[in-house]
Design a protein around this ligand. Sequence first.
Ligand code: KG4
Ligand code: ZN
Length: 338
Amino acid sequence: MKDGKWITMGIESSCDETSVAILQGGRTVLSNVISSQIKVHQVFGGVVPEIAARHHLENINGVLQQALEEAEVSLEEIDAIGVTYGPGLVGALLIGLATAKAIAFSLRKPLVGVHHIQGHISANFIEHTELEPPFLALVVSGGHTHIVDVRGYNEYEVLGRTRDDAAGEAFDKVARVLGLGYPGGPKIDKIAKEGDAKAIEFKRVYLEKGSLDFSFSGLKTSVLNYLNAEKQRGTEIHAADVAASFQQAVVDVIVDKAILAAKTCGKKKIVLAGGVAANSRLRKDLSEGCKREGITLYAPSPILCTDNAAMIACAAYYKYQEGLVNDLTLDACPNLPL
Ligand code: KG4
Ligand code: ZN
């Protein structure tokens, strides 16, 4: 095994971001190029899988070229290629995977398939150079809400997950009914700052006592019912209050469950990850909650919270170190379990 000077490439294309990154060792980012398709999908109010796959195909070579140029690295200098192979949109995943396999095959480089969630968690290693497992990870994104016991770089146990909508999905759906557009999370975050989080008492769903699972679909329905009832009464809707009250209901449950999980398994470190980790209220409340409980909180800066290839390269580095490589039969797994 070489020292930490390996050059690792990461490729991410599971949803609507085409991204390629080059890392030196596991934690030094030489480049992290992200081409977002948000504008393309905005008119549809959400990601259209076929269109996403087509845009990944159009973008991937340019993004790859730019990542190599910014890092001042040639393809021959890459030691390992990490790529997201699931979960995600199958057509979108296949573009990144085909690119990674083509490089691995033509240049005889090791191919490392990365689970998207492992990538999100690994984003924290990049900015918190002292961070090492074990810790508890809270992954909140558009597709996932997971509480994970991270015992080693490649050893995970899922302690809780959503039984219906993911947290980000709830943000996106509520934003849509409020007419705020896609993606909804950042828009709700922004207008909630002008609203009163106590204006509407939306029910917090905790499920059975001690459960670390989540359920957000009831909350989404409560928001819809509230809006319909107000409309029927002819009352003017105060979108900022609705956004702030909804956001607080999501955040309260996430914070309480994360702290309960940390206490239950005796962890003193919580690592926040995924697109919803960019939410300002969640970051503030979780940080305060952790402080009260003597827990250290780690969170990536917002650009590393949402989908990017640096996190995939980082996860690939730690898999490669343990000899976890794949052959060219690696396939896209839209529902890959952690
Ligand atoms: O991790 P990510 O980029 O993609 C998935 O793996 O799903 O997460 C995207 C999700 C979207 O649902 C988006 O609305 C949400 O993260 N998001 C936010 C914020 N920024 C992004 N949710 C709440 N507040 C934010 N500031
Ligand atoms: Zn993601």
